[in-house]
Design a protein around this ligand. Structure first.
Ligand code: ACO
Length: 434
């Protein structure tokens, strides 16, 4: 809960000599915020903050990040504890409902998610309209948005029951949608979900089983997927979550909002980075080439960036990347795999973290730096990496969307701008234009 503070922030307009008192609001953790909601009415000025470096866009009690020390909490629990001691359904319940479930709540929550895993059969035809070589994220954007054409009974955002049903549907159907995108791309038949399996097991089954053979679900792979899902579940007001909130603020239905989130996640500066990291490591190929790529990354005239490095909020090691790196080692060992890309990534990290450019700019590995290597070890093709991120992040998107709709102070998101275009001018008829 935010507290109105007695503290204020004084703003002085040097041109008029007038001063304005702006309220300061304290959160439960982290820096206080200056409330500028009435700034324009009081002063005639807007704030200017492209990229939202210093702007809090909402009040939220889901996730807290302290980027200076590399700390991430969901509803007060550390990501390290959740990754080690919880499972994804626990974390999903925590994010959606505010607390870890009791055993009874967990049973009912898992049941509710599990019994929404199937897709309307008509949606299979939708897939067949895509090219076989379509990127699975392109298919995800289309199919997730298309859900609103099928589940009309959960699109009334003002009905709490419908909001909950839509939330369950989205969390439950995302693995099915993702696995079908993959199966379609490789020309294999779709696998229907199996409700006797856990969330992670069912996802692996739908991804990798074929009707011709028995599929044995590996417990190592299941645990790794579950951990990947936990690590990606939510991350406060990142680009895709802010997109979901902005789309939702206009009253759009939840399926359309999550489709908007999928689109925003796809970009290589955000969730698309895991795919880009693997491509980059493959291009680097061997340790001897690392200095050359580090040089490109530091060159202001070269658009190349070290993918999987840097973060808007973390100016320290991303705590998720630490868990991901450890999981990567454990899984490769258990599966008896030796991926030279892991060695290469670790060498790259070592070199970058001792280079003054990266040290001064506080550029550390983010979650995407190691997740691709882990997903590759689990048998996921590169094009599916961001899809898996989308599957995991759906619970965060949905929880943030619900929190926004349930906030009595919610208004349409409508930023302003600094106009630098032409002043008003006279219209010139076509025959007189030169
Ligand atoms: N390689 C080289 N230089 C970098 C990198 C990088 N990966 N990241 C940032 N920098 C440099 C910038 O050139 C800039 O230098 P300057 O101050 O001399 O101009 C400085 O560090 C700050 O970078 P910004 O782009 O201003 O930082 P911003 O917060 O806007 O961007 C971002 C953060 C997009 C994550 C950026 O670090 C990046 O592009 N990283 C690579 C892509 C990536 O890994 N994305 C995944 C992010 S995590 C996630 O979404 C799950």
């Amino acid at each position: 809960m935010s507290k109105k503070n007695t503290e204020t922030f004084t703003l002085i307009d040097n041109s008029s000599g007038k001063s304005f008192e702006l309220p300061v609001i304290k959160g439960s953790l982290g820096p206080s915020v200056i409330d500028v909601r009435k700034l324009y009415a009081q002063t005639g000025y807007f704030t200017y903050d492209p990229g939202f470096n210093s702007t809090g866009s909402c009040e939220s009690n889901l996730t807290y990040i302290d980027g200076d020390i590399g700390r991430l909490l969901h509803r007060g629990y550390s990501i390290e504890d959740l990754a080690e001691k919880s499972d994804f359904m626990d974390v999903a319940h925590l994010l959606l409902n505010g607390d870890l479930p009791t055993p009874k709540q967990k049973k009912s929550f898992v049941h509710d998610v599990t019994y929404h895993t199937m897709l309307n059969e008509q949606l299979a035809n939708f897939y067949r309209g895509f090219r076989r070589d379509a990127h699975p994220m392109a298919i995800m954007c289309g199919v997730v948005g298309g859900l609103s054409a099928f589940y009309h009974d959960s699109t009334d955002i003002y009905d709490a029951h419908q909001r909950m049903v839509a939330s369950f549907r989205l969390i439950a159907k995302m693995p099915t949608i993702a696995a079908m995108a993959y199966k379609y791309s490789i020309g294999q038949p779709f696998n229907y979900p199996r409700n006797d399996l856990s969330y992670a097991e069912n996802f692996l089954y739908m991804m990798f089983a074929v009707p011709a053979e028995e599929y044995i679900i590996s417990s190592v792979m299941t645990q790794a997927i579950d951990r990947i899902l936990i690590l990606h579940a939510d991350h406060e007001q990142n680009a895709s979550t802010s997109t979901v909130r902005l789309a939702g603020s206009s009253g759009a239905n939840p399926f359309a909002c999550i489709a908007a989130g999928v689109a925003a996640l796809w970009g290589p500066a955000h969730g698309g980075a895991n795919e880009a990291v693997l491509k980059m490591l493959e291009e680097i190929g061997q340790k001897e080439n690392i200095p050359k790529f580090i040089k490109y990354a530091k060159d202001k005239n070269d658009p190349f960036r070290l993918m999987g490095f840097g973060h808007r909020v973390y100016k320290n090691y991303d705590p998720r990347a630490k868990v991901m790196q450890k999981t990567c080692h454990e899984v490769l060992k258990e599966l008896n795999l030796n991926d030279p890309l892991l060695e290469l990534a670790m060498e790259m990290e070592k070199i970058a973290l001792s280079d003054p450019y990266f040290v001064e700019k506080k550029l550390f590995p983010n979650i995407d730096f190691y997740s691709g290597i882990l997903l590759k070890a689990l048998g996921f093709p590169t094009s599916m990496f961001t899809v898996l991120f989308a599957v995991a992040r759906t619970v965060g998107w949905v929880a943030q969307w619900k929190e926004m709709i349930e906030d009595p102070g919610q208004r349409i998101g409508r930023p302003r701008q600094l106009y630098t275009g032409h002043p008003e001018r006279d219209y010139i008829p076509l025959e007189k234009r030169r």
